[in-house]
Design a protein around this ligand. Structure first.
Ligand code: NMX
Ligand code: MLT
Length: 437
């Protein structure tokens, strides 16, 4: 058994009595009330999900297994010669809560390498799709196509389902998926945007470095990939992609069905697609100015024009956060510390939007949070390194988001979480409850 699996097993055994005790002895303890506004308004703030992988504080932002973003980057083993950690070590951390040693990290690197070959039939599926299909549709199709390989589904069908051990099958599927998502994403990228030319994997590289290599990027981009996948990994479990993955998995659907569904949710413009919307909006705006950075006045006018046409300002606002997203700050620091990017005109504009948009949104008076989220800053980095196909950006998000979603559903199985099935009410029932019937 690998060190990761052995450690995870130990953690699961330690954790199970806590969940059992809560269910057996404290099931009636109230966590809050649900209002009519919440029932109609997307269950915002309803406290009814459980995860220990990450926690989102409205003012502080995300902590992965109790660690802030800077703490996470500092603690994990780094790829030699690189500023950023191995994605594989981060996976170890998300699953177990322990910071792995270099040796433990390299075990995962090796395991993923063994699992990473993309089957020929997945390539056939991708090639059969119209070439102008959205890359997120391609990504989702490739994931669900691999369902036939699910260890969980095949053992279930063979009557080997065991509540105590089925997490091991989920763990197998999750690791195989994690190992293949980068190469699948790279295949889609090269097929759609680089004349259908493909680059073979380099057996020496870690997951983040391999992705950079396989899309045909520079050495410098390897750290961008590592940073990007880690930053986008998890945002507790109520966001659309994580919640969808959890919901679908709760029906005992396997990791392939569940994460393909999560990807479909990530593809919405109010969720992961916002990263491409930000770049589209910013580029259109700069094009109108002949590539010049606008004045503050010109920017304000453009922001108001967007709001007055009934559109949202992409990359701003959040369902939980009430301050600048630390994932935004982390990427901003990356830009500030990268010669070339620091003075890059598009970054200057992104910085200016940060100075102007919160004031405009506050004056507009609708958004509860006028501050930027992760998506406001991510596209400019991609553009700078030459990944200019912005409809592809959400696939990058989707490769990273798999880390959180798949760690979560592995734990869902380990703790035996039930099928998710909240209760519906009719509008008449709401009116009656509100005393306006
Ligand atoms: N620009 C304009 N209006 C906004 C914005 C924004 N950036 N953010 C919120 N609002 C509006 C929102 O549409 C709603 O209007 P109405 O009452 O007419 O329906 C009102 O403000 C209240 O919404 P909130 O309660 O502040 O936000 P909510 O929790 O419903 O939604 C988002 C959160 C993130 C969906 C919303 O802020 C938004 O649409 N932002 C722009 C899209 C975006 O950046 N999404 C990415 C989120 C992060 N991610 O990667 O997934
Ligand atoms: C995310 O990373 O999932 C987004 O910030 C949206 C959310 O947390 O609801």
């Amino acid at each position: 058994m690998s060190t990761l699996k052995e450690t995870l097993f130990k953690k699961i055994q330690e954790h199970r009595p806590r969940t059992t005790k809560l269910v057996k002895e404290c099931a009636d303890v109230k966590l809050g009330d649900v209002t009519v506004g919440q029932a109609i308004g997307g269950a915002r703030g309803v406290r009814c999900l459980v995860t220990d992988i990450s926690y989102l504080d409205p003012m502080e932002g995300i902590r992965f297994r109790g660690m802030t973003i800077p703490e996470t980057f500092a603690a994990l083993p780094k790829v030699p010669g690189s500023e950023y950690p191995y994605v594989e070590g981060f996976w170890y951390l998300l699953l177990t809560g322990d910071v792995p040693t270099m040796e433990q990290t390299l075990e995962v690197v090796e395991d993923w390498k063994q699992r990473s070959a993309v089957p020929e039939y997945v390539i056939d599926v991708l090639r059969a799709l119209p070439r102008d299909s959205h890359p997120m549709a391609m990504f989702s199709a490739a994931i669900v196509a691999m369902q036939r390989e699910s260890v969980f589904a095949s053992n279930y069908a063979a009557g080997k389902f065991n509540k105590m051990t089925c997490w091991e099958d989920m763990y197998e599927d999750a690791n195989t998926l994690m190992a293949r998502l980068g190469p699948i994403g790279a295949y889609i990228y090269r097929m759609k945007y680089k004349g259908d030319t493909h680059i073979a994997p380099d057996p020496e590289l870690d997951m983040g470095g391999q992705f950079a290599h396989m899309i045909g990027q520079s050495d410098e981009y390897k750290d961008v990939a590592r940073m990007y996948f880690i930053l986008h990994s998890d945002h507790e479990s109520g966001n659309v992609s994580a919640h969808t993955t959890h919901l679908v998995a709760s029906a005992l659907s396997d990791a392939y069905y569940a994460y393909s569904a999560g990807i479909n949710g990530l593809a919405g413009p109010l969720h992961g697609l916002a990263n491409e919307e930000v770049l589209r909006w910013t580029q259109n705006f700069m094009q109108k100015l002949g590539g010049e950075v606008p004045t503050e006045e010109g920017l304000k006018e453009a922001l108001w024009a967007t709001l007055n046409s009934g559109q949202v300002i992409p990359g701003y606002g959040h369902a939980v956060l009430r301050k600048t997203d630390p994932r935004y700050t982390s990427q901003r620091e990356f830009c500030m510390n990268t010669p070339g990017l620091k003075d890059y005109p598009l970054f200057q504009l992104v910085k200016m939007i940060f100075e102007v948009a919160p004031g405009v949104l506050t004056e507009h008076g609708k958004a509860k949070n006028p501050w930027p989220n992760v998506d406001a800053q991510s596209g400019v980095i991609q553009w700078y390194y030459g990944v200019t196909e912005y409809e592809y950006y959400t696939v990058l998000f989707g490769i990273g988001r798999a880390l959180g979603c798949l760690a979560n559903i592995t734990w869902d199985r380990a703790l035996g979480y039930g099928i998710e099935r909240p209760k519906s009410l009719t509008t008449a029932m709401l009116e009656e409850a509100a005393g306006i019937a």
